[in-house]
Ligand binder design. Structure first.
Ligand code: C5P
Length: 234
């Protein structure tokens, strides 16, 4: 397969066309941003960790019947994916309070929710990805009612699979962000699942092993990304 022109460059990844019109190549970068791009930096080898972790998790999800864009790994930073059209909705699932919900609702970080909390954000950098509800999704025509229904069902299933998988690796899945896309008329999981997009805490110590180490200047950022990957592979 041939890598052709770059289609899109995001904060953490580049997407390329390929000689196959139904397939793209995603390249993972070490660039890190937080707080809507206000804080910038690099996390050495983050791109390699996120590429491997996404490949591993998307393969497990596939085995569990959850279709996604991952096809195969091409190099340490590149994967071949289905050419999906990303829906401009970020889906956040929270099993416990942390980050923006803790701040917004005055909750103690780590408080476990009785049932998962689902949130939607409008994927729009200029607006800072504002939180929206399903009515907003409809009036902005970001997705259809059927697509949103499918996204909700898939997100709950993904949470069930991931929570079980992570806990076996002594990691608590606090929350995560997903993106979905359309491929041949179907809604499928796309983007990545990595320490950039999940909050993962050590099950015994509650040590944060995710991007919060970068956001909050907690130190050992690279080491934490490597630790997550080695636990998942172990
Ligand atoms: O910041 P907040 O608490 O809303 O983040 C919830 C979850 O979504 C976290 O796991 C965070 O890493 C992820 N997230 C993301 N990309 C964004 C916003 C949040 O991956 N643009």
């Amino acid at each position: 397969i041939e890598k052709l022109q770059m289609l899109y460059e995001g904060k953490a990844k580049k997407v390329y066309k390929t000689s196959h019109e139904d397939q793209y190549i995603v390249e993972y970068k070490d660039d890190a941003t937080a707080f809507n791009g206000e804080k910038k930096g690099t996390i050495t080898n983050k791109g390699i960790v996120n590429n491997q972790m996404t490949a591993l998790i998307f393969s497990i999800l596939k085995e569990q019947g959850i279709d996604n864009h991952y096809i195969e790994t091409l190099s340490d930073r590149e994967m071949l994916v289905k050419a999906v059209k990303i829906l401009p909705v970020e889906v956040i699932l929270r099993n416990a309070a942390a980050g923006s919900i803790a701040k917004r609702l005055g909750l103690e970080e780590g408080k476990i929710f009785k049932t998962p909390v689902l949130e939607f954000c409008y994927k729009n950098d200029a607006l800072g990805d504002p939180m929206i509800n399903e009515d907003h999704v409809m009036v902005l025509e970001l997705a259809t009612e059927e697509e949103i229904k499918a996204i909700k069902v898939l997100t709950i299933k993904i949470n069930d699979v991931l929570k079980k998988f992570f806990i076996e690796k002594n990691l608590k899945l606090i929350d995560f962000k997903l993106e979905f896309g359309l491929y041949k008329g179907q809604v499928i999981l796309a983007d990545e699942i990595s320490p950039d997009t999940c909050r993962l805490w050590d099950v015994h110590t509650n040590e944060k092993l995710d991007k919060d180490r970068f956001r909050r200047d907690l130190g050992n950022v690279e080491e934490s990304y490597q630790e997550v990957l080695s636990r998942l592979k172990g």
